[in-house]
Design a protein around this ligand. Structure first.
Ligand code: NAD
Ligand code: LMR
Length: 341
């Protein structure tokens, strides 16, 4: 992982010394993690501490963050780490943040859907986004808390009400779907996983997760049944982990990896690195739905360009039509919650 982070960041050569540490010319960037003491929050805090683009790492949770912050702060990398706990420290945690990553909220247990988390997580996300609107309205927000298909619309409504909404700065993190699609495709196609590119579009729950294996590279001659099985495994990837953890939560380590990749892409975009493209669930006109995950070019203001879907196979076209009603209703549920509460 350390080596892989060094490789990824080496594309930002202007900011790095030969040893891979940030040089004086790297801009100062504050990253805040809300939910930093949790299953995702802790490994994500570690990975962000390893990122040389971060100068200040702010770790916030309702409790437990002083310990996590003290631990992570001993790692000899660039960022200064601070831990904050409880409502009264949220302002300090957020002020000056360039990127806010939100993995706060409850995870699934076996038998639950992500939507079953709505009742608890919607309120958590709403209150955290209210604070973001007050204390760091220009930060890029990376929403990890589920159900992402609803929590992103909730965040948008909170920011609209506060008069701070900028659609370029709000992202649902769907990188774990891409990470899974790459891993599963490489295994089936017998290609080097490090070379694999697969866009994943739609949303982040069940059939709303639509991997576009027809666009996967390196090309492989997979049959229809193999593509269908890969698609289903990607859509059910989260459930696979929830069942394997048998009541002890959902994906945390792979999610921390995915969240670190996405936050790194946001930081690179902010720093003016050209051609930074990741899939994300954003405000979109790619389909008739107001939010949709697709490839997004990141820049100095967040979303620079929402990229189109490209050519789809017949199977993917069917998948796209099938996902729309569920995604639409999850988006509407989020908007309604934000407006009613
Ligand atoms: N987007 C994705 O791909 C993806 C992947 C995995 C998990 N998730 C979601 O991420 C969320 C967190 O998962 P986890 O496994 O880390 O759960 P967890 O229970 O281990 O950790 C959640 C943390 O959030 C904290 N928290 C709760 N309310 C808070 C508040 N108001 N302010 C700050 N912190 C608060 C808790 O104290 C806890 O430390 C879940 O909703 C899960 O479904 C999303
Ligand atoms: O599946 C979950 O509940 C967590 C997350 O959304 C995932 O995809 O792993």
């Amino acid at each position: 992982m350390l080596r892989s982070i060094a490789r990824r960041t080496s594309t930002t050569g202007a900011y790095l010394t030969r040893r891979g540490f940030a040089s004086e010319s790297a801009p100062d960037r504050k990253v805040a993690i809300l939910g930093a003491a949790g299953g995702i929050g802790q490994p994500l805090s570690l990975l962000m501490k390893l990122n040389p683009l971060v100068s200040q790492l702010s770790l916030y949770d309702i409790a437990g963050t002083p310990g996590v912050a003290a631990d992570v702060s001993h790692i000899n990398t660039r960022s200064q780490v601070s831990g904050f706990a409880g409502d009264e420290q949220l302002r300090q945690a957020l002020e000056g943040a360039d990127v806010v990553i939100i993995p706060a909220g409850v995870p699934r247990k076996p038998g639950m859907t992500r939507d079953d988390l709505f009742n608890i997580n919607a309120g958590i996300v709403k209150s955290l986004c209210t604070a973001i609107a007050k204390y760091c309205p220009h930060a890029l927000v990376n929403m990890i808390s589920n159900p992402v298909n609803s929590t992103v619309p909730i965040a948008a409504e909170v920011f609209k009400k506060a008069g701070t909404y900028d659609e370029k700065r709000l992202f649902g993190v769907t990188t774990l779907d891409v990470v899974r699609a790459k891993t599963f495709y490489a295994g089936k196609a017998k290609v080097n996983v490090a070379d694999v590119i697969v866009p994943v579009v739609g949303g982040h729950a069940g059939i709303t997760i639509l991997p576009l294996f027809s666009q996967a590279t390196p090309k492989a001659n997979l049959g229809d049944e193999e593509i269908e099985a890969l698609t289903k495994r990607t859509q059910d990837g989260g459930t696979e982990v929830v069942e394997a953890k048998a009541g002890k939560g959902s994906a945390t380590l792979s999610m921390a990896y995915a969240g670190a990749i996405f936050a790194d892409a946001c930081l690179k975009g902010l720093n003016g690195v050209p051609d930074v493209v990741e899939c994300s669930f954003v405000q979109s006109t790619v389909t008739d739905l107001p939010f949709f995950a697709s490839k997004v070019r990141l820049g100095k203001n967040g979303v620079e360009e929402v990229l189109g879907l490209g050519p789809l196979s017949d199977f993917e076209k069917q998948g796209l039509e099938a996902l729309k009603p569920e995604l639409k209703s999850s988006i509407e549920k989020g908007i309604k919650f934000a407006n009613d509460n």
